[in-house]
Write a protein that binds this ligand. Structure first.
Ligand code: PAF
Length: 284
């Protein structure tokens, strides 16, 4: 592992100075911290593909709804910085809220994705969420002047919306999608997994089980959404399903007939700790 002199920066003015000093390409890994192996895989890819890697660690308040987990979201800056150091990251940018949002929440310019991209899936159950995500991500793109930015495919709608924002607003950056990283038993890694009770952790596996069942039905040639949906819902019956949707991976439009472009996305809350988990898979 290539260890470098990690700079930990908490303000925009120092970040700009450090970015000016960098030579060669810059990779950005935007995160909200509590880094796990999923983040590590993004960081590894950035370190491999770029001369410099910047990891941002910022629990972005404007992407959380009023009844969501902003206050309890895990914060582990010291441990995160240690991991970044081991991975050969150059800069950790971990700003305070007032540094990122100088005005109050209701007085900042937001980047709002189009309604048809946010009126479904996570955007439907988390109104305003993607405005917050796009706004912070656009700021990070501008501040770091990154050439590439790395996003996990677990947040598939987020990835789609950010790719669209980059295209629509002509950001000069390449978005690099990175595969979902899973625990050995199949649970998709998430900073929120640490909220799970023992029983929730067992039930959470049903999400991956439902995805696998859907894949095997699709592989058997079943292309009718209703049949696959019913099998999945049965497997998910102990969870509080927020959505289970079939979309075209290229347009994120809902589909009725399953084909090789169909992406199945699931969001569900666990019964005890009410942890909201998401996962997805292509059905091919
Ligand atoms: O995926 C996340 O962790 C966040 O939504 C992101 C992209 C870091 C923006 O706050």
């Amino acid at each position: 592992m290539r260890q470098k002199n990690l700079r930990i920066i908490d303000n925009i003015s120092d970040l700009k100075k450090e970015i000016e000093k960098l030579q060669g390409s810059i990779g950005l890994v935007p995160t909200m911290g509590a880094l796990h192996l999923g983040h590590q895989s993004l960081i590894e890819k950035s370190v491999q593909q770029n001369d410099n890697t910047v990891v941002s660690i910022f629990v972005n308040p404007i992407q959380f709804g009023i009844n969501e987990d902003l206050d309890k979201y895990p914060r582990k800056l010291e441990k995160d910085c240690e991991l970044c150091k081991q991975q050969g990251v150059d800069i950790v940018f971990a700003p305070r809220i007032e540094e990122m949002y100088k005005s109050d929440k209701n007085n900042i310019t937001l980047i709002c994705p189009p309604v048809n991209a946010v009126d479904k899936l996570c955007g439907k159950s988390r109104p305003g969420h993607f405005d917050g995500v796009c706004t912070v991500v656009a700021k990070l793109f501008n501040l770091t002047k990154a050439n590439k930015a790395y996003f996990g495919q677990k947040d598939a709608q987020q990835l789609f919306i950010i790719q669209k924002m980059v295209k629509d607003l002509d950001f000069n950056i390449e978005i690099v999608p990175c595969p979902i990283v899973r625990e050995q038993d199949g649970l998709a890694l998430s900073s929120r997994n640490q909220y799970l009770s023992k029983n929730d952790r067992i039930l959470a596996l049903n999400i991956q089980k439902a995805l696998k069942t859907a894949i095997s039905l699709a592989k058997k040639g079943i292309n009718d959404k209703r049949t696959i949906l019913d099998s999945c819902l049965e497997i998910l019956s102990d969870l509080d399903v927020d959505y289970i949707e079939f979309v075209d991976k290229n347009t994120f439009e809902t589909v009725d007939l399953i084909d090789k472009n169909t992406l199945l996305l699931i969001a569900a809350k666990t019964p005890q700790t009410k942890t909201r988990l998401i996962d997805n898979s292509l059905l091919h």
